[in-house]
Design a protein around this ligand. Structure first.
Ligand SMILES: [Zn+2]
Length: 320
């Protein structure tokens, strides 16, 4: 074979490979990685994107979180930007299908990855969170993004953890005719922002409230969290939006979260007082109420792993 012919052959093989790759890649891109975000109107001007009550996976791409937006007179206020760049891009397109108004503000309720890894798509918009949240996003964001990529694969491609750029103080703020109340709490993490829209009565509770999905506790202080739920009890609302699970018009999601946390708290405290090994706690059967809760067994096991040493250490300190 002449050099020219072999070059020609090599080039055509190359083209064939590239075409093959393109043909192979396009249906994947077209059929997959679509979060199918369909905003649900839950009150005047107020739309919700309800995530699945699942853990991060390669089938859900991290669409396991509730995000929301409020269409005010001046523009759109977004509450949580979702688990990935791709999610937030699709969220912005979903918003654009509802209103031509621009997004003017993005709030992050706390620093967990499913609630803020879409921030990079809002580089043109002020992004706001509590100072504690911003600190957590900065220190842990990169590790979160890596972990989410490990769990959900290419859904997360191109996602970079971008912390909110402005710290918010708690208090009243009127945006486009909506009088919002920003309430700074803690317990699920060290900074949990709750947002009440006094015009509609919608209370965005972030991950202080889970509904029909076991709470996650990697950064939790259960004592603080229970105190935060007590604060929530005193806030009048028409619709409560939990961080995960369906919205509700009454206190049942708060109650469910409280019962679960109290049970975890007492199980760990009693175990530590008895001197149980971690494996003994893990080996116990869950009460039916929590065994049937989506991710009940998984989250309890994680909570024991996160929290039990602290309870053991506390018991030892008290005995001294
Ligand atoms: Zn969270």
């Amino acid at each position: 074979m002449s050099v020219a012919l072999s070059r020609k052959l090599a080039a055509s093989i190359c083209v064939a490979l590239m075409l093959g790759a393109a043909i192979h890649a396009s249906p994947v891109a077209a059929d997959s990685f679509d979060y199918q975000l369909v905003p649900r109107k839950i009150a005047d001007d107020t739309w919700l994107l309800v995530g699945k009550t699942e853990d991060f996976s390669r089938s859900n791409g991290g669409n396991i979180v509730n995000t929301a937006f409020v269409v005010t007179d001046d523009g759109v206020v977004v509450i949580d930007s979702g688990p990935s760049k791709r999610y937030a891009e699709q969220m912005r397109r979903a918003i654009a299908r509802i209103t031509p108004k621009p997004v003017i503000r993005v709030f992050n309720t706390h620093h967990h990855p499913d609630h803020f890894l879409g921030n990079q798509v809002f580089a043109d918009v002020p992004t706001l969170a509590l100072a504690e949240t911003i600190a957590g996003q900065r220190s842990e964001g990169g590790a979160f993004a890596d972990n989410v990529y490990r769990l959900s694969g290419d859904w997360i491609k191109g996602t970079e953890a971008v912390a909110a750029r402005e710290a918010v103080a708690p208090g009243a703020i009127v945006i486009g005719g909506h009088p919002f109340e920003l309430i700074a709490l803690a317990g699920h993490t060290q900074g949990d922002l709750v947002i009440l829209d006094r015009r509609t009565g919608v209370l965005f509770a972030g991950d202080l409230v889970f509904h029909n999905r076991a709470p996650t506790t990697p950064h939790a202080s259960i004592v603080q969290w229970l105190a935060a739920l007590h604060r929530l009890d005193a806030i009048p609302f028409k619709i409560m939006v939990p961080g995960h699970g369906e919205p509700v018009g009454d206190g049942r999601a708060v109650e469910q979260t409280r019962r679960y946390l109290r049970w975890v708290e007492s199980t760990l405290a009693l175990g530590a007082a008895r001197g149980d090994e971690m494996t003994e706690i893990l080996g116990k059967a869950l009460p039916a109420e929590f065994a049937t809760l989506p991710l009940g067994a998984e989250e309890f096991a994680r909570s024991v792993a996160h929290l039990y040493r602290r309870y053991e250490a506390g018991t030892l300190t008290r005995q001294r």
